[in-house]
Design a protein around this ligand. Sequence first.
Ligand SMILES: *Cc1c(COP(=O)(O)O)cnc(C)c1O
Ligand SMILES: [Zn+2]
Length: 408
Amino acid sequence: MKFVRHAVCIDCGQTVAARPEITTCPACGGLLDIIYDYEAIKRSLSRRVLAARPEPTMWRYAELLPVETETAARMAAEGLRVGNSPLYPAPNLAAETGIRTLYIKDDGQNPTASLKDRASAMAVAKALEAGRNVIACSSTGNAASSLAGNCARAGMETYIFVPERAPKGKVAQLLIFGAHVFSVQGDYGATFRLSAAAIKKYGWYNRNAAINPYLLEGKKTAALEIAEQLDWQVPDYLALSVGDGCTIAGVWKGFCDLYHAGLIDRLPRLLSVQAAGCCPIHNALRSGGPLQPMAENTLADSIAVGMPRNPKKALRAIRESNGVAVEVSDDEILAAMRLLGKSCGVFAEPAAATALAGLVRARKENRIPAACSVVCLISGNGLKDVANGIRAAGEPRLVAPSPEEFTL
Ligand SMILES: *Cc1c(COP(=O)(O)O)cnc(C)c1O
Ligand SMILES: [Zn+2]
């Protein structure tokens, strides 16, 4: 890894050699950050170099990723097409929400239909480097389905633990991709604990995002793409939904890395959105105290994380960016699904539409100004959870199959 310096513990500050198998600080068990040699990156990566690079996946940012050059090339050639999701200008939605400039980053267009593909592709890359071919994870659904898909493509075996309430679409993906699936009779916390025990017992490679710093580096590619797609003009705000907190931490790391590498000249502010029925990260943000676990009372299953594993990095990201934190109700999430579909032609799953619901609320409460530019990250596709799509939009009108009787 030519451009990776080392990993550093966010708790005790210890530096650690960034080997593929390390996931936490050997001294204190804390979370690790991957640190790059930004001066070396500056010398080999520029806006011009990137513009001339044809690679259409997340692996186009190889210098900013914690993998060997050969691994990135192999993933680009042999992996699923992860990344390169569209960034749509959304003038109608901007007018609706009262914002000057709004873009929708449709990450539901990843191969298994969520942003989690970015982390799972990274997990496959790191497992390849570690010489491992069995990966496991626990997930509310998308981390699992993306891992199963990306592993199927790489010929790797997967063991997946999902909470019983995971939507059918996501479970169907797992089974179709040939994963060994365990549907756990409990919430996400119970699912996570069971998977951690099984991973220890059987020695599988661990894709649980919160503790694996490489996965966050995969998620950060969403930020790298946004910056490049906007021709390096950084938006004022980045709206995104938060469950475990790895996505927001990853996206923030992406912008920070670009800044340190001289590719952008300022940083966006984060608009962190949680469901009101499950917002332990925002509660911790406001109290300044340790995180208190919370019940998982929201239909946005992908962000129903009552006991986040990664609150430290998420809290740090929101604070460092001088961010804004808002909570939204399930009704606001359903309304945002309709609004996004109708005004942009993008079908979001509830957790993804949560980002837009938060933006609508933040504008209503004047927590962000009208005269600003916002990128709203849509993190997963609505076809994964058709039941809630119908709940948001309603049933069609039933008509008799009779041309004579049919009227509008
Ligand atoms: C996982 C996920 C999120 C949130 O990411 P965290 O890292 O858990 O905060 C948001 N939306 C969708 C669709 C997801 O799958
Ligand atoms: Zn440490």
